[in-house]
Design a binder for this molecule. Structure first.
Ligand code: 4GW
Ligand code: MN
Length: 300
């Protein structure tokens, strides 16, 4: 394999943070060589599971999601799509590339959308233990109201990874919408926190995803007993987990973007973007100083 020698005296990106203070890479275009990484992951014959939930009306997002993933997600690797749904008959049939499979997991629906969102943690945890551990090496767990619009490959894989929320990559600690009530298990004090991670994109080895989802689900159940629900649901518990169990890799907003946002110069690629949906009255917009209305919108 031929490629340019890394140059000790020349950083590949100087406009963005590419490494956390705990030495976890932050994945930006231009910081890695995909050919080298592909060779490493092919050598290990790595199998990747991609989980999404399509409950109630969200079955309508599945077709675009899968078709775009076939073009851009982990091309050339072994992939299994795991679609959790309450209406298996609404999931269309797909012709997949070689080495790729699709499994439908029938799960209950919840009346409140907050529960639909939060219970993902419990269901991913359960299936990690029962099924995923026997079938794949890594899991990538994402929202379904999205489409892939550029390559997403093995550069994202690591023991446990999170993704910078596109509305908060430049926000201050005080602006992060962590849970601020001390009674909640998701509580994060004003003077703590590294990044604001998105609820809709995390992953890692099956074992690490089990630990993460199990923590978030247990924290949520503990809160239910105290009759409190964290402000941004599963996202709040995920942010609490990552505060003390720091991710080993972090994906830049290239991996989770909303085309309603103005595209900043440092964002060289938009690999996975929100599919526009009606933000109706059910979805309260958060009021946030310093963060634009478009960015607030990202949070229902
Ligand atoms: C408001 O009426 C709703 S419905 C908010 C979320 C709903 C929902 C979410 C749903 O009815 N069915 C469903 O499968 N979901 C799953 O939860 C789906 O995978 C979705 O991507 C994920 C998170 O919800 P969301 O994408 O609407 O959240 P945001 O607006 O933060 O992207
Ligand atoms: Mn979403």
């Amino acid at each position: 394999m031929l490629y340019e020698k890394p140059n000790t005296m020349r950083p590949l990106r100087t406009d963005v943070l590419t490494m956390t203070p705990w030495f976890a890479p932050i994945v930006w275009n231009g910081t890695y060589n995909l050919d080298i990484l592909n060779a490493q992951f092919h050598q290990r014959e790595v199998r990747i599971g991609l989980t999404v939930f399509a409950i109630k009306k969200y079955t309508g997002f599945v077709q675009t999601f899968i078709e775009s993933a076939e073009k851009f997600f982990m091309v050339g690797h072994k992939v299994t799509y795991y679609i959790f749904t309450d209406q298996a008959s609404d999931i269309p049939a797909f012709t997949l590339r070689d080495g790729r499979k699709l499994a439908i997991l029938e799960v209950p629906s919840y009346q409140r959308w907050q529960d639909v969102s939060m219970r993902r943690m419990e269901m991913i945890g359960d299936q990690s233990r029962l099924r995923f551990i026997h079938e794949v090496d890594y899991l990538v767990c994402v929202d379904v109201d999205m489409r892939f619009s550029d390559e997403v490959g093995v550069e994202i894989l690591s023991d446990v990874f999170g993704t910078l929320h596109p509305g908060f990559y430049s926000a201050s600690r005080e602006q992060f919408t962590y849970e601020r009530r001390a009674q909640s298990t998701a509580y994060i004090p004003k003077d703590e926190g590294d990044f604001y991670y998105a609820g809709g994109y995390f992953g890692g080895t099956v074992e690490e995803v089990y630990r993460l989802t199990n923590f978030c689900h247990n924290a949520m159940v503990a809160d239910i007993e105290k009759q409190i629900e964290a402000i941004w649901h599963d996202e709040s518990y995920l942010n609490k987990y990552f505060l003390y169990q720091k991710p080993t890799k972090i994906l830049s907003p290239e991996y989770l973007w909303d085309n309603d946002f103005e595209v900043p110069g440092f964002l060289k690629r938009r690999r996975f973007v929100a599919v526009p949906k009606n933000h109706n009255a059910i979805r309260s917009r958060r009021a946030l100083q310093g963060v634009s209305e478009a960015e607030g919108k990202f949070h229902r």
